[in-house]
Design a protein around this ligand. Structure first.
Ligand SMILES: Nc1nc2c(ncn2[C@@H]2O[C@H](COP(=O)(O)OP(=O)(O)OP(=O)(O)O)[C@@H](O)[C@H]2O)c(=O)[nH]1
Ligand SMILES: [Mg+2]
Length: 331
């Protein structure tokens, strides 16, 4: 009988109020539900984020990026274990920008992280792109807002270091760790992908393989040449994540980088820049969505398209006409 009642309780959809209550109480089920609503951009998800926003600002956000198979998940796994050992709560977001058809990575992540997933202080979420890659970076930012509001001390974001997504995610985090492997060409690939610019800490994983020392020296030399205009030292560390070697040292450097950001005021400055970008993006998205909905509702778009096809109008004049129609209207 009791189990029946329990089942009923979970089957019934939560009201928004109940959902928030459960979330604030720290219920993982509510966290998962809120994340799904946000990820799916369900109706009302913005209000939900808005009502949670005042709870954010405490989480330390760390990005782990690098080429496929470099050992990012293994490192994230080890970091999470160390953090849990320090009584810290952890949220993990594994971002996979590759198509769901070609990427076996997601499943692999789930399997490897399974034992962690059972730990009550670690919450893992995998996110794949569904079409728009820009949307993926935004969803990652929003999910990290939710994890932050939930009270996670650390948010670890794993992403494959290719393309714009990796660079966009670097904007969301406080510290970026770039994972390389001692294989010829990996650091050149990373350089091409723009990872050198976003890295705060370099890790050469699979240090059990040949060439790790040489690669570390070479990388350090490249970094010395192009030393950026601040006094952070961009450490190059070697790890053998498979056996957990070196990950404790990585965590020390992550802490040290954090101290540096706080001490120099960069963290505050960064937050300000991020907020500026976020508000601008939200603003233009909101205006665009509202305008588009309006245009679709009125059928104005169909009208101008028909006119263009008939040679009565061109796309530029059409936009002028559309703007004229929405001018002054409440948006
Ligand atoms: N030799 C060696 N293998 C390692 C080490 N760390 C991880 N691996 C192995 O490398 C493979 C890939 O590791 P993952 O942690 O899944 O790498 P990843 O970067 O998350 O991979 P994707 O998410 O698929 O891009 C696994 O088979 C690991 O066991 C290491 O230090 N040495
Ligand atoms: Mg992985």
């Amino acid at each position: 009988m009791a189990s029946n009642t329990e089942a009923m309780r979970f089957r019934r959809p939560w009201s928004e109020q109940e959902l928030l209550e459960q979330f604030i109480k720290g219920k993982t089920l509510a966290l998962a539900r809120v994340i799904s609503l946000v990820e799916n951009e369900a109706p009302g998800y913005r209000q939900l984020l808005s009502s949670l926003y005042h709870r954010t600002g405490k989480a330390k956000k760390i990005g782990i990026t690098g080429s496929t198979g470099a050992g990012k998940s293994t490192i994230v796994d080890e970091l999470a274990k160390l953090l849990v050992g320090r009584q810290q709560t952890v949220g993990i977001i594994a971002v996979d920008p590759t198509s769901p058809f070609t990427g076996g990575a997601l499943l692999g992540d789930r399997i490897r992280m399974q034992d962690l997933g059972l730990h009550k202080d670690v919450f893992i979420r995998s996110m794949a792109s569904r079409g728009s890659l820009g949307g993926l970076a935004r969803a990652t930012r929003e999910v990290s807002v939710v994890l932050d509001a939930f009270g996670k001390d650390f948010i670890l974001i794993e992403s494959v270091g290719v393309g714009q997504v990796a660079l966009d995610i670097a904007e969301v985090v406080d510290t970026t760790v770039v994972v390389l492997v001692p294989e010829s060409g990996d650091s050149i690939q990373a350089m091409k992908a723009g990872l050198m610019e976003i890295a705060d800490i370099f890790v050469i994983n699979k240090a059990d393989r040949d060439g790790a020392d040489r690669m570390a020296v070479e990388l350090q030399a490249v970094l010395d040449l192009g030393r950026r205009n601040n006094d952070w030292d961009y450490p190059v560390l070697k790890t053998e994540a498979r056996h957990g070697h070196g990950v404790d040292l990585l965590l020390e450097h992550i802490d040290r980088q954090r101290d540096y950001l706080v001490r120099t005021g960069y963290l505050k400055k960064r937050k300000e820049e991020l907020l500026r970008a976020e508000v601008r993006q939200l603003f233009s998205e909101t205006v665009r969505e509202k305008m588009e909905r309006r245009l679709a509702g009125e059928g104005s778009l169909d009208e101008v398209i028909a006119d263009i096809l008939e040679g009565k109008l061109n796309p530029y004049l059409a936009v002028d006409q559309l703007l004229e129609r929405v001018k002054g209207a409440e948006i």
